[in-house]
Write a protein that binds this ligand. Structure first.
Ligand SMILES: Cc1cc2nc3c(=O)[nH]c(=O)nc-3n(C[C@H](O)[C@H](O)[C@H](O)COP(=O)(O)OP(=O)(O)OC[C@H]3O[C@@H](n4cnc5c(N)ncnc54)[C@H](O)[C@@H]3O)c2cc1C
Length: 413
């Protein structure tokens, strides 16, 4: 097929691809839009995969099937883009066809990091990224066998919570000295560790996995560097994700732990964009680039690319945020969690709810971690974007309203 004048070709039919295609049509873009996805499904929500994999409702399409035809969006599922050629502006797909583009958007996401230890290819060793992965985990819940989760990140802890709610014996093995070490404050890690342990999850920190035990090709457990063994019928490797930037790299785009983009989502080639888990992009005015794995992140980037493709002003920058559900705790985290912040604990209105405000040396809020505290989350997003210095004393005192906190003078205590 020869290059299609004006066409936007989107590689990846996940959250970013679906959002971008819909926003393009909503903004009146009337050139061809083609979305190519390697999974055999229309775009679906990934967050329920780790939160509801035990329920029949974990498969949630982002749009009803008719949406794409109704909006003149061509979707090719079950086919991969194997390469793209920048001089001729064509993508090569796994069927052998070539499709031309005026603009290409890479929304290829990321893939689970593979466990590189002996026995990791045994049956029963799973990762979690797709509908099929979640269905496999669901089957292991039904079987009620023990579950070992390698990696105490958000996905691992969400899976642990669901499994414990179904009375499955769960052990979480974390290499660092606390769960969520890279993404949460030590205060939040501790609170969540206590919460999970109180509900029967065995959490082992500072524990190095050296192998997966197997018998007849099936996993029997996890072996640790201290010589101990954890028996398990299912082993979930939740040790992070790597960006799917292989085709971008091969095409010569600037990549470094993801495809490098500017604040419009543009790569080092002006006719190629990248959004979502695969992209590393600027967030603040420091010029540092971040690769975030979250729905709000990919949605914001989709809006940026639509603005760039339709010649509209760029949207106002958003404060990055993320959510996670663990048991009855709805966590919402905004801003960038960095080491060294002063943490101010503010009790929430409901029993057990709280917000952890991360203050910098100038007493502005850099990040907030909230648990069942939606008003703190909303207020803190404003505090972060407006860079208002806050009094730590007032912030930590639940009798002082958030409105008053914003008006209070910092006392430097
Ligand atoms: C289990 C789980 C739970 C999560 N929970 C949360 C949460 O609670 N809150 C939150 O904010 N975020 C959550 N996330 C993260 C969020 O789902 C991702 O950040 C988001 O889906 C990223 O969108 P994306 O479009 O970049 O990638 P994806 O949605 O992963 O889509 C990428 C698609 O591209 C396809 N693809 C890759 N390469 C090619 C190719 N060469 N050709 C064609 N297709 C290709 C892939 O198969 C995939 O379908 C979760 C993720 C997972 C896995």
């Amino acid at each position: 097929m020869s290059p299609v004048s004006g066409a936007v070709v989107i590689v990846g039919a996940g959250h970013g691809g679906a959002t971008l295609a819909a926003l393009l049509r909503q903004s009146g873009f009337d050139e061809p839009v083609v979305m190519i996805g390697s999974e055999p499904h229309l775009p679906y929500h990934r967050p329920p995969l780790s939160k509801k994999f035990g329920d029949p409702g974990f498969q949630q399409p982002i749009r009803p099937p008719e949406f794409y035809a109704d909006n003149d969006i061509v979707v090719r599922t079950g086919v991969s883009v194997t390469a793209f050629d920048r001089p001729s502006r064509t993508v090569q797909i796994s069927t052998g066809e070539r499709i031309g583009y005026a603009h290409l958007v890479l929304a290829t996401g990321s893939s689970p990091r593979r466990l590189a230890v002996r026995g990791s290819d045994a049956a029963g060793v799973l990762t979690l990224r797709t509908i099929e992965d979640a269905a496999a985990l669901g089957r292991s819940l039904e079987a009620q066998g023990a579950l070992a989760i390698i990696g105490g990140g958000y996905v691992g802890m969400e899976v642990a919570a669901v499994a414990r709610s179904h009375d499955v014996p769960v052990t979480v093995v974390e290499r660092e000295n606390r769960i969520l070490a890279r993404v949460a404050s030590s205060e939040l890690s501790q609170r969540l560790t206590d919460y999970h342990r109180a509900r029967g999850t065995d959490i082992r920190v500072g524990a190095i996995v050296t192998g997966v035990g197997e018998q007849g090709g099936r996993a029997t457990g996890v072996e640790l560097a201290d010589g101990s063994t954890i028996s398990a019928d299912t082993v979930l490797a939740g040790i992070g994700a790597v960006p799917d930037d292989g085709i971008a790299h091969a095409a010569g785009l600037a990549c470094d732990g993801g495809v490098l983009v500017d604040s419009c989502g543009r790569t080092s080639d002006p006719s190629v964009f990248a959004i979502g888990d695969v992209a590393r992009r600027p967030i603040d005015d420091t010029g540092a680039l971040f690769r975030l794995e979250s729905i709000p992140n990919v949605t914001e980037q989709a809006k940026q690319v639509v603005a760039a493709l339709t010649g509209r002003p760029q949207p106002e920058p958003e404060v990055p945020w993320f959510w996670s559900d663990q048991f009855d705790i709805k966590l919402k985290i905004a801003g960038l969690v960095r080491p060294g912040a002063r943490i101010v604990h503010r009790p929430g209105k409901k029993e057990g709810s709280f917000a952890l405000y991360h203050l910098g040396a100038d007493e502005t809020v850099h990040a907030v971690e909230t648990a069942n505290a939606p008003s703190d989350f909303i207020a803190a997003k404003k505090f972060i974007s407006q860079r208002i210095p806050l009094s730590p004393n007032a912030l930590g005192d639940p009798s002082v309203s958030l409105h008053e906190v914003a008006g209070a003078t910092p006392v430097g205590s």
